[in-house]
Structure formats: structure tokens, C-alpha cells
Design a protein around this ligand. Structure first.
Ligand code: ZN
Length: 474
């Protein structure tokens, strides 16, 4: 039987961009907002975000970070206090000039990020070494005016979390920058089932105003990279701009050291493009809004719906997110629908299954069917979801490692990225060579490897100072 849904989704191998658009729209994750470049996150997409939020929020709290909320509007004068910061964000800020029917005395920026306003408040709140460290996070929306946009990947407004901390010493602030990078990496692995490369960004790619930026990069189905999270060590740049000063144990007044970190709704785009296949979404069990869908077979036969309802209740009690699809659609229609929507496990329950005390189980990651015992459904399905998570992670990890190649020349680098790979290559550290790579291969430095193992710079042939992962990126 021809699959009516598959025919609606563009070919994943030959037209990945269209596949992505088809999948996010047809599975009702997202729709386009009336203002160009904005997106509406629909309930199915928002439920994924809520699961991401819950998992990350508990990790932040365990690490000792507290949530707070800062205003959306930032005085324009704040933006100009840190020179690099204003230069980096100026092209993409939206500015409010009128309100209440009158022109404002000072224009207000719609936050593109909150370093400035949080720096201002830290300046008020921090007085003594006893006030440190101060570690806060906020869940909010930000706005960065973009010319070309794609749902979840790049939109003018998006949702994120931004953590901001101030410490008494350089060492502590630097350590926290690395700690948060590792927290993100662990989260990507266990919750999104997504392997990432982590490392320091080059000067060209770092956050505007930071001393050092670290990133995690994930490989998408087409071999391109998606920056999935960043942490920034600011040194005293923002502390000096906003007067974040404290009296130390020695009685001396000094500036604090700040850092920040963030991930956004981009992560939803990342997991779609990491795990999806020709049938549509494959959602990792930890974030899937529906982990198990129950489809009744011969639903009108006596006892079938009752058995389905009873099973749903038992699975919910076992802590699973379960949907019973008792709509009027045919089982075949339901199979296609929930496969496209990426539900990790489907349970088919019909008169014969019930009679035998069995259930037919379909797993979305491998598209394999098996029979499991109804009596131990809760434990069996919990175990299966764990197995699916592990399989998704291992599969993605294997693909990423198979597609990391080394290059010693620009031609090799170009061949590598053309083939959908991440390319490891030496770099002398100079901006001209980084620009040369971009121009020659349309690839950018994603992150630097922890150690320099290459002999020569891929662009100029001088001794290598850093080994860099280059890739084309979203
Ligand atoms: Zn060079």
C-alpha cells in the first residue's frame, strides 16, 4: 500500500531543506507567524520545549542556579556601554521609539540577550565578597532581526534560557563556563540522544563582548553543523562596563568576573535534523510529548476499547506519556500519522492480542514489530524506551564519527565538506586563513579541538597552532 504521508514529504536525501520544512509544518510543530521571520510554536512543538525546559531546569537547580526574570526592554544606552557587544548586535536589534502615543526620550531595545540589563542589576546587588557568587538563569524570549529565517533554526523571535553568573575570581568564572558546557553536553546526550563536539570558538566566531566562547556542535542528517549551545567567559568586560564591584576579603574594592550560557528552541530543530527519516520525525523518548500511542485494532469488537483504556491507565501510572487514539480513522491511517509525528512506540491491541495476553509493539527508530506480554506492559515499555534512546544516540554517534575526516590542504577540506563531513584540519591562528577557508569551501571553524595534532595550517602551510573542526553550518 502506498504511504500517503511519505509522498507528502520531500526526499530526505536529495532535498533535505524541503524535507525539514515539510516535516515541521505537517507534524504541526510550528506555523509561520504573520510578521515575516516569526514562528508560532504549536502545542505539539511546545510540548517538546516544555520537556526540554523541565530537564534542563532541574539540572540548573541541582547545580545551584536560581531562576529570575528581567525586563524585555533595555535602554539603548546600556547596549553602547560594552563596545564589542553593541557592534556585534547592532545590525539585528529591534528598537522601540514610540510608546503611549509619544516619542520616547530614550529608545528602547527589545532584548537580543540580557548581559547588559543583568550586568546593570548585578552592579546594584553585588557589594561584598559575601554576595558572590551570584548565579541566575532566566527562561524568556529574545529578538534578533534576521533576513533569512527557518522555523526553530533562525527566527526573529525565539525562546531560550540565559544563565548569568558573577564570581570573585577569574578561575571560578572560567571553571563555571566549562562546567555549563559539560552540563549541556550531558543533557544533549541523555535527553536529546544527540552526540556533540564541544570546544572553544575562534576569535571570529566568539560572542560579542566575550573573552572566550565555547560551543557544542551537532551533526545534522546532511552533514552540516548546528551550533546547539554556547557558554561565554566575559572576564571583567561587562563588570567594568556596568560597575559590578565588590569589596574583597582584603577590604579592596574590585571588579567581578562574569560568564553566561544559553540554549534555545533551536534544539528542537537539532533533534529533528539529527534523528528524522523519510517517514518524518523520530523523537527521542525523553522529550517526546507522546511516548507510547495505543491503536485499537477492530475497535468495535467487544472488550477491545476497554482493554485499551485499561492499558493506557496502567502505562500512565508507570510514568509514561501515553495517547490512546480512539478516533474514527482506520488503523493504517493512524499508523502513518503517528509514525510521521515520531512517537517512539506504538502499541496495537486487537481481540487476538487480548485473548493471548500479548500486545503488538512497533518501535519507530528501527520500524520493527514485536510481541510483548500485556501483564508486564509498564516495565517492558519503559525498558524499550530506554533501549530506543540508547540506539538513537549510538546511531547518531556512529554517523558523526564516520563523517569526521582530516584534511591537509584546502582542496581536501573542500572535498570533505562537499561530501557532508566535518573536517579536522590544522590552523595557524590567523584571521586571514580562517577567512580563506570560508571563501574557498564555504565552511567555518565550528570549534577547536582540545589538542593540536595537525602539523600545518590548512590554508597557508605554516605550523599549526590549533586543530579545528571545520564544517558548513546552519
Ligand atoms: Zn594559516
Amino acid at each position: 500500500m502506498a504511504n500517503q504521508f511519505v509522498s507528502q514529504i520531500a526526499d530526505i536525501e536529495t532535498d533535505f531543506p524541503q524535507w525539514y520544512t515539510d516535516v515541521v509544518v505537517k507534524t504541526k510543530l510550528v506555523d509561520y507567524g504573520p510578521v515575516k521571520g516569526t514562528m508560532v510554536i504549536r502545542p505539539y512543538g511546545y510540548a517538546i520545549w516544555e520537556n526540554i525546559q523541565r530537564e534542563l531546569d532541574s539540572r540548573f537547580k541541582q547545580a545551584g542556579v536560581e531562576n529570575a526574570y528581567f525586563p524585555l526592554l533595555i535602554p539603548m544606552s546600556f547596549m553602547t556601554k560594552e563596545a564589542e557587544h553593541v557592534e556585534g548586535f547592532a545590525p539585528e536589534v529591534a528598537v522601540v521609539t514610540h510608546a503611549g502615543g509619544a516619542k520616547l526620550e530614550e529608545p528602547l531595545v527589545v532584548r537580543p540577550t540580557s548581559e547588559t540589563i543583568i550586568g546593570h542589576m548585578m552592579g546594584k546587588w553585588v557589594e561584598s565578597w559575601r554576595d558572590l557568587p551570584l548565579r541566575m538563569n532566566q527562561w524568556c524570549n529574545v529578538m534578533r532581526w534576521e533576513k533569512t529565517t527557518r522555523p526553530f533554526l533562525r527566527t526573529s523571535e525565539f525562546l531560550w534560557q540565559e544563565g548569568h553568573s558573577v564570581y570573585a575570581t577569574e578561575e571560578e568564572a572560567e571553571q563555571e563556563t566549562l562546567n555549563m558546557l559539560h552540563l549541556y553536553e550531558e543533557f544533549a546526550k541523555t535527553v536529546l540522544c544527540m552526540p556533540v563536539l564541544t570546544g572553544r570558538k575562534t576569535e571570529k566566531e566568539k560572542f560579542a563582548g566575550a573573552v572566550a566562547t565555547y560551543g557544542m556542535e551537532a551533526m545534522m542528517h546532511d552533514g552540516k553543523s548546528l551550533q546547539s549551545g554556547t557558554t561565554h567567559y566575559m572576564g571583567q568586560n561587562f563588570a567594568k562596563a556596568f560597575g559590578v564591584q565588590f569589596t574583597g576579603k582584603d577590604g579592596v574594592l574590585q571588579h567581578g568576573y562574569t560568564m553566561s550560557y544559553g540554549v534555545s528552541t533551536r534544539l528542537i530543530g537539532a533533534l529533528i535534523m539529527t534523528h528524522g527519516d523519510q517517514r518524518g520525525l523520530i523523537l527521542p523518548p525523553p522529550v517526546a510529548p507522546v511516548q507510547v500511542v495505543i491503536v485499537p485494532i477492530a475497535a468495535k469488537k467487544e472488550g477491545v476499547l476497554d482493554a485499551c483504556h485499561a492499558l493506557r491507565e496502567r502505562l500512565q501510572k508507570a510514568g509514561l506519556r501515553v495517547k490512546l487514539d480512539d478516533s474514527e480513522n482506520s488503523p493504517g491511517w493512524k499508523f502513518n500519522e503517528w509514525e510521521m509525528k515520531g512517537v517512539p512506540v506504538r502499541v496495537e491491541l486487537g481481540p487476538r492480542d487480548i485473548e493471548n495476553g500479548k500486545m503488538t509493539v512497533f518501535r519507530r527508530d528501527t520500524c520493527e514489530k514485536s510481541e510483548l506480554e500485556l501483564a508486564s506492559a509498564g516495565e517492558e515499555l519503559c525498558a524499550l524506551l530506554g533501549e530506543i534512546s540508547e540506539n538513537l544516540y549510538q546511531k547518531a554517534k556512529k554517523r558523526m564519527h564516520e563523517r569526521i575526516v582530516n584534511a591537509e590542504t584546502l582542496d581536501e577540506l573542500l572535498k570533505g565538506v562537499d561530501g557532508g563531513n566535518f573536517v579536522r584540519a590544522g590552523w595557524c591562528g590567523c584571521r586571514e586563513c580562517e577567512d580563506r577557508v570560508k571563501e574557498f569551501a564555504q565552511a567555518t571553524a565550528r570549534v577547536m579541538d582540545g589538542e593540536n595534532t595537525a602539523a600545518k595550517c590548512v590554508a597557508c602551510g605554516k605550523p599549526s597552532v590549533h586543530t579545528v573542526f571545520f564544517a558548513r553550518a546552519y
